[in-house]
Design a protein around this ligand. Structure first.
Ligand SMILES: Nc1ncnc2c1ncn2[C@@H]1O[C@H](COP(=O)(O)OP(=O)(O)OP(=O)(O)O)[C@@H](O)[C@H]1O
Ligand SMILES: [Mg+2]
Length: 244
């Protein structure tokens, strides 16, 4: 699947969260990593790419077809995506397992038995078997993160969008989740993710994009961005985040 954006823009009032971004991501670019300072537009770009929000102007093309911007059209596209939100967004009134089962049944048309089996399979992959009956409020931040990631990938999406998949995790769990994401990458899953984990970004990215003030300041294939930053802005950013 090739993905292109043309002058993609999203503003909220005066804030230009995404400000005229044009990207070309050919099919062989499986893993795209968004990096950059807080408020730079990573989450907004992910929401646009995932058809969760309509752009203010500009367009997104997949396989040469312009994505619809109507609520109904975006809903259809969204179904084929998997999305992990920076703030998890688990349904608070449903158990961990049901959080995964329900979308499989309601959105993806799986039978309840099939959905339950699939949910148990992904939950086991994240080492969360013992927590499936808990409500989100009874799970730690890291456990919620893993349930949310399991939910995002349970229906084997065409495109998986992960907004800081490791933000709430301790170092050990972080490594576990990154291992799973790396496995998905190796299995050929198409992923666009934002992260502050520079080591992981460098190891996994087919294409890395440095965003600041809603614009692409620099982008590059593989680890080029990390090895030879061309702009002072990226050099300064890497200097700050790789200091510790
Ligand atoms: N729903 C919204 N309403 C108003 N402003 C918003 C909204 N969402 C994002 N913004 C603004 O858009 C800009 C980009 O925000 P965004 O969340 O995309 O940044 P980010 O790169 O993901 O930051 P972080 O690293 O902190 O997650 C910020 O100035 C933010 O305040
Ligand atoms: Mg964000």
């Amino acid at each position: 699947m090739s993905i292109e954006t043309t002058e993609l823009t999203k503003h909220y009032g005066e804030t230009r969260a995404v400000d005229g971004i044009s990207l070309t991501l050919p099919d062989e670019v499986r893993v795209v990593v968004l990096i950059g300072p807080s408020g730079g537009g990573k989450s907004t770009l992910l929401r646009l790419l995932g058809s969760l929000e309509a752009p203010s102007s500009g367009s997104i093309t997949r396989n040469g077809r312009v994505l619809p911007v109507t609520e109904e059209g975006r809903l259809e596209i969204r179904r084929r995506n998997g999305f992990l939100f920076q703030s998890f967004n688990l349904f608070p009134h449903l158990s961990a397992l049901e959080n995964i089962v329900l979308p499989l049944v309601r959105v993806h048309g799986r039978s309840r038995d099939e959905a339950t089996a699939r949910a148990r399979e992904v939950v086991a992959r994240f080492g969360m078997e013992d927590h499936v009956t808990k409500m989100p409020g009874e799970l730690s931040g890291g456990q919620q993160q893993r349930i949310a990631l399991a939910r995002a990938m349970a229906h084997e999406p065409d495109l998986l969008l992960l907004d800081e998949p490791t933000s709430a995790l301790d170092p050990e769990k972080k490594a576990e989740v990154l291992d799973i994401v790396a496995e998905l990458c190796e299995a050929g899953q198409r992923i666009i993710l934002s992260t502050h984990e520079m080591g992981f970004a460098r190891a996994c990215a087919d294409e890395a994009i440095f965003l600041a003030d809603g614009r692409v300041v620099e982008s590059g294939r593989g680890s080029a961005l990390f090895e030879a930053p061309r702009t002072e802005a990226l050099r300064a950013f890497l200097g700050r985040v790789m200091k510790w």
